[in-house]
Design a protein around this ligand. Structure first.
Ligand SMILES: [Zn+2]
Length: 352
């Protein structure tokens, strides 16, 4: 038992946990001495947790402090009596709710509603629906963390349809521009379009897969022929085709965002245009670069694909500022999330 008059590492431990939870220790801070202010903080913690307010850290209080400072992933979460409680449960609940799986109140208590939401989540991403948040569920959630916590506008929580049921069973072809030995455009400091496109394509594909979509990448390292790329998509009867490229110009001041759909003469793809507009809107919103507009183009991959197809050029790799941004992982993730949001908006539109 730790209480007034105790001192040492154990007390520092208690104080650290209290501070992490937002309980003020006054001017003493983490001094390892259990005095007035630490006692007050313990009492407030006990009151908040519905524990007997003794001001002494007994076994129950210690257990409470440990649970309250758990981070998601520190332990498996599942339904048991008494219910597991903690910050990790709270985090889990808020993520599940954001994804459209209702856990009820975000109260940090793993009760039956939370368990049901976990099972539903697991079913939707193709995991055994055991209601236990262990490694595989956590991996899926951690990968989603980038999406859920990115600054980009992520509109998961339209509750009528969870994003997962929106993507479930959809086939999306991710066409990664260029590829060995063709690097595509090259930036002022040597960044290669082909390599950035691989990264963007994979980030985009990961988001789709986590939400239950079937993702087909048209190339690995080696480049393949443009009409072959379209054939793969047609054979797969994909729902959507997204081609990743970066713009390039001999004028290094050229900068900004564009998205392309098929158009030739007075023929154009109406669905492709819609998809391009939605993606462009998200890219502009999230990247805040110059608007080079949505354009109709007679590109082979756009012309010969039979599903709505878009080719994106989120920025110019030949522009020094934009090349620098492309080196930032957070910026690349923003691009992937924006394209993903555009596709999501498109699929929602089709639903109505
Ligand atoms: Zn290109």
């Amino acid at each position: 038992m730790i209480g007034k008059g105790s001192w040492g590492e154990e007390v520092v431990d208690v104080q650290r946990k209290l501070a992490t939870l937002g309980y003020s220790l006054g001017s003493a801070g983490l001094d390892g001495i259990f005095a007035e202010e630490t006692e007050c903080a313990v009492k407030r913690f006990q009151r908040d947790r519905g524990l007997p307010v003794s001001g002494v850290v007994d076994e129950g209080t210690w257990q409470g402090l440990v649970e309250a400072t758990y981070k998601l992933g520190d332990r498996p979460l599942y339904l048991r009596a008494p219910f597991l409680r903690g910050e990790d449960v709270k985090k889990l609940q808020s993520w599940l709710n954001t994804l459209g799986f209702n856990t009820g109140a975000v109260d940090g208590i793993f009760g039956p509603l939370t368990e049901r939401a976990v099972r539903e989540f697991q079913r939707n991403i193709g995991l055994p629906s055991d209601g236990i948040v262990g490694d595989s569920s956590l991996d899926a959630l951690h990968n989603l963390r980038n999406v859920l916590e990115s600054n980009a506008r992520v509109e998961f929580p339209e509750r009528r349809t969870s994003s997962i049921s929106l993507f479930k069973g959809r086939k999306v072809v991710v066409d990664i521009g260029h590829g060995h030995p063709d690097p595509g455009a090259v930036g002022p400091t040597g960044l290669k379009e082909s390599e950035i496109c691989e990264d963007l394509g994979l980030r985009f594909g990961n988001l789709l897969e986590l939400l239950g979509a079937h993702v087909l990448y048209v190339r690995e390292r080696e480049s393949i022929d443009l009409s072959e790329r379209a054939r793969i998509a047609n054979d797969a009867q994909a729902d959507v085709f997204v081609s990743f490229h970066l713009n390039g110009s001999s004028k290094t001041e050229a900068a900004g965002t564009s998205a392309y759909y098929f158009a030739s003469g007075n023929r154009y793809s109406r669905k492709g245009k819609r998809l391009a507009e939605l993606i462009q809107r998200e890219l502009l919103f999230s990247l805040n670069r110059k608007d080079n507009k949505v354009r109709g183009k007679n590109f082979t991959v756009l012309r010969t694909t039979r599903m709505p197809a878009v080719l994106v050029e989120p920025v110019f790799i030949t522009n020094p500022e934009e090349e620098r941004l492309l080196r930032e992982e957070a910026f690349r993730q923003k691009i992937a999330v924006a394209v993903f949001d555009g596709v999501q908006g498109y699929l929602r539109g089709c639903e109505r």
